[in-house]
Design a protein around this ligand. Structure first.
Ligand SMILES: [Zn+2]
Ligand SMILES: [Zn+2]
Ligand SMILES: [Zn+2]
Length: 130
């Protein structure tokens, strides 16, 4: 067997906020535990769920278009045309932040709570809170 092939999903729900402390919740759908205050919040987003179920992905082996058929990610899919398997993974959510020092846009994976960033262009350090 070769290594398992992964394809990143194109859809992800919008980032949700904790109903209690308004910090960002960990990305994803369903019950999410706020990493800042510990509250459990239910995240649901119909348009994203529909998009995930109907998501069309080309088989990485033979390029036949497959339909995911589920909103679960990661999910293992098997291609009906070539019997090749692959894993459709969760989309990695990134946000864009402008450096306050030089206007360069940084793309980062958001993490709940406070964190320090260092701009790679001007080396300014600044804090962001999600
Ligand atoms: Zn919270
Ligand atoms: Zn295939
Ligand atoms: Zn900068």
């Amino acid at each position: 067997m070769t290594d398992r092939v992964e394809v990143e999903s194109k859809h992800a729900p919008p980032l949700a906020e904790c109903a209690h402390c308004e910090h960002m919740l960990p990305p994803g759908l369903g019950e999410r535990e706020c990493e800042v205050c510990g509250a459990i919040c239910k995240v649901s987003h119909e348009p994203t769920i529909d998009a995930l179920i109907e998501e069309k992905v080309p088989c990485p082996h033979c390029h036949t278009i497959l339909v995911a058929g589920t909103d679960e990610r990661p999910i293992e899919l098997t291609c009906g045309a070539c019997s090749g398997g692959f894993v459709l993974t969760e989309k990695v959510v990134k946000v864009e932040i402008d450096c306050p020092g030089c206007e360069r846009t940084l793309r980062i994976r958001p993490k709940p709570g406070k964190r320090q960033l260092n701009c790679p262009a001007c080396e300014a350090a600044f804090q962001v809170t999600f």
